[in-house]
Design a protein around this ligand. Structure first.
Ligand code: ZN
Ligand code: ZN
Length: 248
Protein backbone atom coordinates (compact mmCIF):
# COMPACT_ATOMS: atom_id res chain seq x y z
CA UNK A 1 0.00 0.00 0.00
CA UNK A 2 2.83 2.44 0.68
CA UNK A 3 5.42 3.22 -1.95
CA UNK A 4 8.96 2.30 -1.10
CA UNK A 5 10.73 5.02 0.87
CA UNK A 6 13.64 6.84 -0.76
CA UNK A 7 15.70 6.24 2.35
CA UNK A 8 15.16 3.93 5.28
CA UNK A 9 17.45 4.02 8.31
CA UNK A 10 17.08 1.18 10.80
CA UNK A 11 18.91 1.42 14.12
CA UNK A 12 20.12 -2.12 14.69
CA UNK A 13 22.14 -1.48 17.82
CA UNK A 14 22.21 1.47 20.20
CA UNK A 15 22.44 2.13 23.94
CA UNK A 16 18.71 2.29 24.53
CA UNK A 17 15.89 0.00 23.49
CA UNK A 18 13.10 1.20 21.23
CA UNK A 19 11.60 -2.09 20.09
CA UNK A 20 10.99 -4.81 22.70
CA UNK A 21 12.57 -8.16 21.93
CA UNK A 22 15.81 -6.67 20.59
CA UNK A 23 19.09 -6.38 22.49
CA UNK A 24 20.44 -2.91 23.23
CA UNK A 25 23.91 -2.01 24.47
CA UNK A 26 26.55 0.71 24.45
CA UNK A 27 27.47 1.19 20.79
CA UNK A 28 25.99 2.08 17.43
CA UNK A 29 24.97 0.32 14.21
CA UNK A 30 22.57 1.64 11.58
CA UNK A 31 21.35 0.05 8.35
CA UNK A 32 20.96 2.47 5.47
CA UNK A 33 18.71 1.40 2.59
CA UNK A 34 18.78 3.86 -0.24
CA UNK A 35 17.65 3.47 -3.84
CA UNK A 36 18.38 -0.22 -4.04
CA UNK A 37 21.61 -0.02 -2.04
CA UNK A 38 22.10 -1.42 1.45
CA UNK A 39 24.91 -0.23 3.69
CA UNK A 40 25.67 -0.92 7.31
CA UNK A 41 27.14 2.04 9.18
CA UNK A 42 29.05 0.67 12.20
CA UNK A 43 28.46 -2.70 13.78
CA UNK A 44 27.89 -2.07 17.51
CA UNK A 45 29.87 -3.73 20.29
CA UNK A 46 28.24 -7.13 20.43
CA UNK A 47 28.21 -9.28 17.30
CA UNK A 48 25.78 -11.82 18.67
CA UNK A 49 23.26 -9.07 19.42
CA UNK A 50 23.88 -7.43 16.03
CA UNK A 51 23.12 -10.62 14.11
CA UNK A 52 20.16 -11.54 16.35
CA UNK A 53 18.69 -8.03 16.04
CA UNK A 54 19.08 -8.18 12.26
CA UNK A 55 17.18 -11.47 12.18
CA UNK A 56 14.42 -10.06 14.40
CA UNK A 57 14.17 -7.01 12.13
CA UNK A 58 14.02 -9.21 8.99
CA UNK A 59 17.28 -7.83 7.67
CA UNK A 60 19.12 -10.25 5.40
CA UNK A 61 22.89 -9.97 6.02
CA UNK A 62 23.43 -10.95 2.37
CA UNK A 63 21.77 -7.71 1.27
CA UNK A 64 24.56 -5.63 2.85
CA UNK A 65 26.86 -4.42 0.07
CA UNK A 66 29.19 -2.37 2.23
CA UNK A 67 30.01 -1.74 5.84
CA UNK A 68 31.28 1.72 6.69
CA UNK A 69 33.20 1.82 9.97
CA UNK A 70 33.17 5.31 11.48
CA UNK A 71 36.17 4.79 13.75
CA UNK A 72 38.20 2.08 15.40
CA UNK A 73 36.47 2.02 18.81
CA UNK A 74 35.12 -1.38 19.75
CA UNK A 75 31.55 -0.15 20.33
CA UNK A 76 31.46 0.54 16.55
CA UNK A 77 33.61 -2.28 15.16
CA UNK A 78 32.90 -5.08 17.66
CA UNK A 79 30.07 -6.68 15.68
CA UNK A 80 32.00 -7.03 12.41
CA UNK A 81 33.44 -10.50 13.07
CA UNK A 82 30.00 -11.94 13.77
CA UNK A 83 28.61 -10.37 10.59
CA UNK A 84 31.47 -11.84 8.55
CA UNK A 85 30.80 -15.22 10.15
CA UNK A 86 27.46 -15.20 8.30
CA UNK A 87 27.51 -15.70 4.51
CA UNK A 88 27.50 -11.89 4.07
CA UNK A 89 30.51 -10.62 2.10
CA UNK A 90 30.24 -6.82 2.09
CA UNK A 91 33.17 -4.61 1.25
CA UNK A 92 34.37 -2.89 4.42
CA UNK A 93 35.24 0.79 4.25
CA UNK A 94 37.77 1.73 6.91
CA UNK A 95 39.94 4.75 7.65
CA UNK A 96 43.50 4.77 6.33
CA UNK A 97 44.71 5.20 9.94
CA UNK A 98 43.10 1.96 11.19
CA UNK A 99 45.69 -0.48 12.59
CA UNK A 100 47.26 -2.61 9.84
CA UNK A 101 46.51 -5.77 11.87
CA UNK A 102 42.79 -4.89 11.84
CA UNK A 103 42.76 -4.29 8.07
CA UNK A 104 44.71 -7.52 7.41
CA UNK A 105 42.36 -9.53 9.59
CA UNK A 106 39.24 -8.21 7.81
CA UNK A 107 40.90 -8.58 4.39
CA UNK A 108 41.17 -12.34 4.96
CA UNK A 109 37.41 -12.54 4.42
CA UNK A 110 36.28 -9.49 2.43
CA UNK A 111 37.55 -6.54 0.43
CA UNK A 112 38.84 -3.68 2.56
CA UNK A 113 38.65 -0.16 1.14
CA UNK A 114 40.38 2.83 2.72
CA UNK A 115 38.03 5.79 2.61
CA UNK A 116 39.09 8.88 0.71
CA UNK A 117 37.50 12.30 1.35
CA UNK A 118 34.03 12.57 -0.19
CA UNK A 119 34.22 8.99 -1.39
CA UNK A 120 30.96 7.96 -2.98
CA UNK A 121 29.85 4.63 -1.59
CA UNK A 122 26.68 4.53 -3.68
CA UNK A 123 24.99 7.14 -5.87
CA UNK A 124 23.88 9.92 -3.52
CA UNK A 125 25.82 8.66 -0.51
CA UNK A 126 29.29 9.80 0.47
CA UNK A 127 31.57 9.55 3.46
CA UNK A 128 33.51 12.54 4.74
CA UNK A 129 36.65 10.41 4.68
CA UNK A 130 39.03 10.49 7.60
CA UNK A 131 38.67 13.57 9.80
CA UNK A 132 41.12 14.27 12.59
CA UNK A 133 40.01 14.32 16.18
CA UNK A 134 40.85 12.76 19.53
CA UNK A 135 40.15 9.65 17.46
CA UNK A 136 40.05 9.92 13.64
CA UNK A 137 36.57 9.32 12.28
CA UNK A 138 34.34 9.46 9.22
CA UNK A 139 30.65 10.24 8.97
CA UNK A 140 28.27 9.37 6.17
CA UNK A 141 25.97 11.73 4.29
CA UNK A 142 22.97 10.73 2.19
CA UNK A 143 21.20 13.03 -0.23
CA UNK A 144 17.41 12.94 -0.22
CA UNK A 145 14.87 15.30 -1.71
CA UNK A 146 14.60 17.32 1.53
CA UNK A 147 18.38 17.72 1.89
CA UNK A 148 21.26 15.87 3.47
CA UNK A 149 20.96 13.25 6.18
CA UNK A 150 24.20 12.89 8.16
CA UNK A 151 24.86 9.81 10.30
CA UNK A 152 27.71 9.92 12.82
CA UNK A 153 29.31 7.28 15.03
CA UNK A 154 30.84 9.12 18.00
CA UNK A 155 31.67 12.48 16.34
CA UNK A 156 35.13 12.55 17.95
CA UNK A 157 36.32 15.21 15.43
CA UNK A 158 33.43 17.40 16.69
CA UNK A 159 29.83 17.22 15.57
CA UNK A 160 29.87 20.82 14.30
CA UNK A 161 33.08 20.19 12.32
CA UNK A 162 31.42 17.16 10.70
CA UNK A 163 28.37 19.17 9.62
CA UNK A 164 30.62 21.94 8.28
CA UNK A 165 32.62 19.33 6.39
CA UNK A 166 29.47 17.97 4.69
CA UNK A 167 28.41 21.52 3.82
CA UNK A 168 31.72 21.99 1.99
CA UNK A 169 30.72 19.15 -0.33
CA UNK A 170 26.98 19.67 -0.67
CA UNK A 171 25.01 22.91 -0.90
CA UNK A 172 21.79 21.12 0.00
CA UNK A 173 20.17 21.97 3.35
CA UNK A 174 21.03 19.70 6.27
CA UNK A 175 17.77 17.84 6.84
CA UNK A 176 18.80 15.60 9.73
CA UNK A 177 21.88 14.84 11.80
CA UNK A 178 21.68 11.59 13.70
CA UNK A 179 24.01 9.41 15.77
CA UNK A 180 26.50 9.93 18.57
CA UNK A 181 27.41 13.60 19.09
CA UNK A 182 29.86 12.92 21.96
CA UNK A 183 28.86 15.79 24.22
CA UNK A 184 28.77 13.95 27.53
CA UNK A 185 31.64 15.93 29.04
CA UNK A 186 30.43 19.33 27.81
CA UNK A 187 29.03 22.00 30.09
CA UNK A 188 25.51 23.36 29.74
CA UNK A 189 26.91 26.53 28.13
CA UNK A 190 29.01 24.55 25.65
CA UNK A 191 25.98 22.46 24.71
CA UNK A 192 23.92 25.64 24.20
CA UNK A 193 26.52 27.08 21.86
CA UNK A 194 26.66 23.81 19.89
CA UNK A 195 22.87 23.94 19.47
CA UNK A 196 23.26 27.53 18.26
CA UNK A 197 25.82 26.32 15.72
CA UNK A 198 23.30 23.69 14.53
CA UNK A 199 20.77 26.49 13.98
CA UNK A 200 23.32 28.65 12.20
CA UNK A 201 24.19 25.72 9.91
CA UNK A 202 20.49 25.26 9.19
CA UNK A 203 20.15 21.77 10.66
CA UNK A 204 16.42 21.04 10.40
CA UNK A 205 16.07 17.90 12.54
CA UNK A 206 18.29 16.10 15.06
CA UNK A 207 18.55 12.55 16.37
CA UNK A 208 21.28 12.62 19.03
CA UNK A 209 21.90 9.26 20.69
CA UNK A 210 24.63 6.82 21.77
CA UNK A 211 27.49 8.87 23.33
CA UNK A 212 25.73 12.25 23.14
CA UNK A 213 25.00 12.29 26.89
CA UNK A 214 21.68 12.71 28.68
CA UNK A 215 22.14 16.42 29.37
CA UNK A 216 22.81 17.23 25.71
CA UNK A 217 20.02 14.94 24.46
CA UNK A 218 17.56 16.76 26.75
CA UNK A 219 18.81 20.16 25.58
CA UNK A 220 18.43 19.17 21.90
CA UNK A 221 14.94 17.78 22.60
CA UNK A 222 13.89 21.08 24.21
CA UNK A 223 15.43 23.20 21.45
CA UNK A 224 14.13 21.15 18.51
CA UNK A 225 10.67 20.14 19.78
CA UNK A 226 8.85 18.22 17.05
CA UNK A 227 12.03 18.14 14.98
CA UNK A 228 13.79 16.06 17.61
CA UNK A 229 13.95 12.41 16.55
CA UNK A 230 14.11 9.87 19.35
CA UNK A 231 16.54 7.04 18.57
CA UNK A 232 16.94 3.59 20.10
CA UNK A 233 17.59 -0.01 19.08
CA UNK A 234 14.86 -0.88 16.59
CA UNK A 235 13.95 2.66 15.49
CA UNK A 236 13.06 2.76 11.78
CA UNK A 237 13.10 6.11 10.00
CA UNK A 238 11.60 6.39 6.54
CA UNK A 239 12.09 9.33 4.23
CA UNK A 240 9.91 9.89 1.23
CA UNK A 241 10.37 12.62 -1.34
CA UNK A 242 7.53 15.14 -0.99
CA UNK A 243 6.48 14.47 -4.60
CA UNK A 244 6.05 10.74 -3.90
CA UNK A 245 3.67 11.29 -1.04
CA UNK A 246 1.46 13.69 -2.97
CA UNK A 247 -2.03 12.35 -3.57
CA UNK A 248 -2.40 11.63 -7.26
ZN1 ZN B 1 30.90 5.14 20.46
ZN1 ZN C 1 34.31 6.41 19.96
Amino acid sequence: MSTQADLTITIIYENSLYEPGLTAGWGFAALIEYQGHTLLFDTGADGEALVANMAALNIDPLAIESVVLSHIHHDHTGGLDALLATPARPEVIVLPSFPEAFKRQVARTVTVVEATPDQITADGIFTTGEMNGSTPEQAIAIEIEQGMVIVTGCAHPGIVAIIERVKETSDKPIHLVLGGFHLKDKTRAEIASIIQAFRRLGVERVGPCHCTGEQAITAFAEAYGDDFVSIGTGTILEFQSPADSAVG
